[in-house]
Each structure stands twice: as C-alpha cells, then as structure tokens.
Design a protein around this ligand. Structure first.
Ligand SMILES: [Zn+2]
Length: 343
C-alpha cells in the first residue's frame, strides 16, 4: 500500500483495534496521532472529521460495589463466573486474560502469570512479566475447569452452534460484549447511555460496564485492604508509579465522600439545635463555628486527618507529619444548603 492510499478509514480502524485490545484511550490516540503525522510528512492527505478522536478521561476510576458484584455473579453461568472472577482476582488486562494458558496457572502456589506467548502473539505491556496470587477457591475452580479443557487456553473462543470450524484453540475476543450482556441480564445498566447501538435501558450496551472496571475494582480493593502503592504498581504491571497513583486519588475522594456524609449529619444536628455558637462532637470530631450567614467547620477523623470546610468548598488536608498537605478540592452543593440553616 502506498502512503497516498491510506485513508481516514484506516485511521478509524487503528482506533478501533486499540479498543479491541482494551488499551488506554490516551495510548490509542497517541498511536494514531504518531502515524497520522508520519503519513502527512510523507505526503498523505488524510483528513479526520470532527468527533473521530475518542474522548479521553482523566482519573476515570469506577469501582464495582459489593452489591453490584454479587448481582453480576448471581446471573452468571458457571463459565462466565469463572472468567470474571479471574478478572476481579487478578486485575489482568483483556489480552492478559484472553491469552491466559494453563501453564500460566501455578496450582501449587495459587498464582497466575502474565508472560509473553509466541503462539498467540501476546507481549505483556512494558514487557513486564509478573504474577498475582489469587484465592485458593479460584484455583480450585480452575482445576475443575482444566479437567474438561481440550486446549492450551483457559478461555478459548466458545464453539459456534452452526460452524464446527469456529472457536477451538483461539483466544476469545468477546469478553467485553459478554461483560455488557451479563450486566444487562443482572439489571445493572445505568439506564442513561445512548449510542448507535441503542439505549442501555433496553440493550446490553451500558458504558459503565467495561473490562477495565474489574481492574479498577481489583486495585481499589487492594488499597482498601492496606496494600502499599509500590506493591500495587508491581501487581498491575505499571511502568510508572504515577499511573498507579490515580487509584490512591480515587480512594481518597471515596473516603472524603464518607467523611462529608458524616459531616453533613453533624451539621444538620447542630442546625436543629438552633445553636449559633461553637460546638464540639466526638467521632467524627467536628468543630463548627457559625457567625451571621457564614458557617466554618472543621472535621477530624479518628486518625486526626483534617477535613476543613468553608463556603461549600471542601479541602482535604493530611497532617500526618505535622505539615498540612493540600490534597483536593471538592464542590459540595449540599454543604451550601446546610449552611443556610445558620442564617
Ligand atoms: Zn448505561
């Protein structure tokens, strides 16, 4: 193919292939951009149209709640359950699960491996070989599955009802579709998405359900249970620590929401008392000062982390070393509503 023959369609195909791979959208866009620049330098005249570039989202961490996970697994067939349990227990990326072979399962040490595979042309991202320890119950389920398996792959393409030559020893490319299908079956769609494939209220097409969500849930659960950020970086196979840190930021926002909830309750109690003076509460410790139309408040949790609030803006400050560290800003409209109770 000559440079002049490359069209907009080819670039769109490249963008689509990246999504199939479940790569990060920024990575996909960067890849397409580099190619586009190179082609234009070589004399090609490819014009992309408005909306061709998929949007990228920063710090997009959406974790499955325990209720969602339960509802999801409740409607799964045994094979589906095992597949998504592997996603949740390993935090593996799509290609890492779909090219997973039996020799990557260490039944003795309860470990699953990510390693290159020549046959399926799989190379780990950043060339990182890594392993993740999984629950023994999952290893037991995998052991049972291996007994009836006829391929190297743990999750091969499922046989086609009418085409005997289809499937067999090929990696299953349809995990994303399956994930959306199960979520729809479990009535877990958000009900608000609209796309060319239809509304998610009536089709298996909810944007909230994508494979990376299992990875996000895996990472957040580990952080919650006290795993340190360096270990998590190794488990996720991230090249840069900054990539892993987005989970830390998301977790803090999550905890902040909990604190704000507790704070709002304290505020409404104070408002009901009709007090205009300083008040102190225990657990969580809150100091409220009200004068005129303004309310200032400070909330400390049991570890003496300070959440200070002022005028509807919440600042989370960690003072573990005696130094206050600016963390994040969060607009709280409900706070403003609470404040008016003082005027
Ligand atoms: Zn939706």
């Amino acid at each position: 193919m000559h440079v002049q023959d490359v069209t907009r369609n080819d670039i769109l195909k490249l963008l689509g292939a990246g999504r199939e791979e479940d790569a990060n959208q920024k990575t996909i866009n960067r890849r397409a951009m580099v190619l586009l620049v190179a082609l234009r330098n070589a004399g090609a005249t490819i014009k992309l149209q408005k909306g061709d570039w998929p949007k990228t989202v920063d710090n997009d961490v959406d974790v499955c709640s325990q209720d969602e996970i339960k509802a999801f697994f409740d409607v799964c067939a045994a094979e589906e359950k095992l597949l998504f349990q592997v996603y949740l227990a390993t935090g593996f990326r799509f290609r890492e699960v779909n090219t997973l072979t039996w020799d990557r399962v260490d039944f003795r040490r309860n470990v699953l491996w990510v390693k290159p595979d020549v046959i399926y042309g799989f190379k780990p991202k950043n060339h990182e070989v890594r392993s993740v320890k999984v629950p023994s119950s999952l290893i037991e389920s995998l052991k049972q599955r291996q007994k009836s398996s006829k391929t190297r792959l743990v999750f091969p393409t499922r046989p086609h009802p009418k085409r005997p030559s289809y499937g067999g020893d090929q990696p299953d490319a349809h995990h994303l579709e399956l994930c959306k299908e199960v979520a729809f079956r479990a009535e877990l769609n958000c009900g608000h998405c609209k796309s060319t494939k239809g509304k998610c209220a009536t089709t298996a097409n909810c944007e909230r359900w994508y494979l990376h969500r299992w990875r996000d849930s895996f990472a957040t659960n580990l952080l919650r249970s006290g795993v340190d950020i360096k270990t998590l970086q190794t488990l996720l196979g991230h090249k840069k620590l900054s990539t892993t840190e987005k989970y830390l930021a998301a977790l803090r926002m999550d905890e902040l929401d909990d604190k704000v909830e507790g704070y709002s309750r304290s505020i409404s109690t104070a408002a009901k008392c009709g007090s205009r003076n300083s008040r102190r509460y225990s657990s969580p410790r809150v100091n409220v000062e009200a004068s005129g139309r303004a309310a200032r408040a400070s909330l400390y949790d049991s570890e003496n982390h300070l959440v200070s609030m002022n005028g509807g803006v919440v600042t989370l400050l960690y003072d573990g070393n005696g130094t206050l560290q600016y963390d994040s800003l969060h607009r709280m409209t409900s706070m403003t509503a609470s404040n008016t109770a003082y005027s």
